[in-house]
Design a protein around this ligand. Structure first.
Ligand code: NAP
Length: 312
């Protein structure tokens, strides 16, 4: 049987994704008609969807069996009431690898105090400033899902003491796992570096507020490749100005692109990266999409289903 797969993402993405999607569907043994651009919604079986696409009304897609997101974060689409079909988010091995590299890179930068030497090649022999060993610098991973878990494992393999925090209590070898409000307090009080890898939901919005930032050790560092609104920007700026928080490396923001006049750009204790921590990789992601379409056609459970009530 032939299925119709509609690629609903900004047109500029199609030349990259089209050939990979075609190949992945073929590999999965799926006979598919692919469309991008205008399509007859009543003929579409699966929508491959990027949440920055113009499509927001799913009502006309009466035959659609699932919407397969190209993004890991689904906060823009999960609340959409016109979407009544199953929604799957992206869990892409290529994206995970990329996030591990970003997080390990930025954690090591701060741990080793690299800026001190990279930015000050001025003839001064700064021999007195030496980093401790990784084993002496506790790192908090807020979010222990697909990405947080992989980053926690990588940091642990470098011997950082890693504490994790998640909604449900986890047991992970080598990671000191916590949950709940008291667990967050315990983790933040010890974290010299905190990495945020949580989804944006009603519960996580504004999670790192003034009160919680004040729990962190003096000079602690924040790395946020999760979502901008997880942090209260004003509270963060105040903590950075006061030197309570030593540095923030931020990849995600309330408004993206971050406006040129936003105080983060000029702040000496902030590093802005332009939402580049972990892009979806077409070659690996399209295999995940194809596997989900295979499952849909075989009557099997979809992978990476979003719990719409929970928001992720
Ligand atoms: N910057 C980038 O390039 C980029 C790329 C990809 C993704 N992201 C962001 O990274 C986020 C995480 O992705 P993922 O694939 O790791 O997601 P995931 O597998 O769904 O994991 C989310 C983690 O957050 C925890 N969590 C959710 N709500 C919570 C709450 N209220 N309190 C405590 N913990 C909570 C979950 O707890 P449970 O385990 O108990 O469910 C889980 O451990 C995405 O949602 C997206 O926003 C950014």
């Amino acid at each position: 049987m032939t299925v119709t797969v509609h690629f609903s993402a900004p047109p500029a993405d199609w030349p990259e994704y089209g050939p990979h999607l075609r190949a992945a569907l073929r590999e999965a043994g799926i006979d598919a008609v692919l469309s991008s651009g205008p399509a007859d919604p009543s003929l579409v079986d699966y929508i491959v969807y990027a949440p920055n696409d113009a499509l927001t009304d799913f009502t006309p897609f009466t035959r659609c069996k699932a919407v397969l997101s190209l993004w890991a974060g689904v906060e823009r689409i999960a609340p959409n009431r016109t979407l009544t079909q199953p929604l799957c988010r992206m869990v892409d091995p290529g994206m995970t690898e990329s996030m591990v590299e970003y997080v390990v890179g930025h954690v090591l930068r701060h741990h080793l105090g690299m800026d001190e030497h990279i930015l000050h090649q001025d003839g001064v022999w700064r021999h007195e400033v030496k980093p401790p060993l990784a084993r002496e610098r506790p790192v908090a991973m807020l979010g222990l899902g697909e990405l947080g878990r992989a980053c926690a494992d990588a940091l642990r393999s470098l011997r950082f003491p890693v504490m994790g925090w998640s909604r449900s209590q986890k047991r992970i070898e080598g990671i000191d796992c916590h949950s709940g409000a008291a667990g967050l307090e315990t983790v933040l009080k010890q974290a010299r570096i905190a990495v945020l890898l949580m989804p944006l939901t009603d519960e996580t919005r504004g999670l790192l507020n003034a009160e919680r930032l004040a729990l962190m050790p003096e000079g602690a560092v924040i790395v946020n490749p999760g979502r901008g609104p997880l942090i209260d920007d004003d509270a963060l700026l105040a903590a950075l100005d006061a030197g309570r928080i030593g540095h923030a490396t931020l990849d995600v923001f309330k408004i993206e692109p971050l406006p040129p006049d936003h105080p983060f750009w000029a702040h000496p204790r902030v590093t802005v990266t332009p939402h580049i921590a972990a892009d979806t990789k077409a070659v690996t992601a399209t295999r995940v999409i194809a596997e989900n379409i295979r499952r849909g056609e075989a009557g099997e459970l979809f992978l990476h289903l979003v719990d719409r009530a929970r928001g992720y």
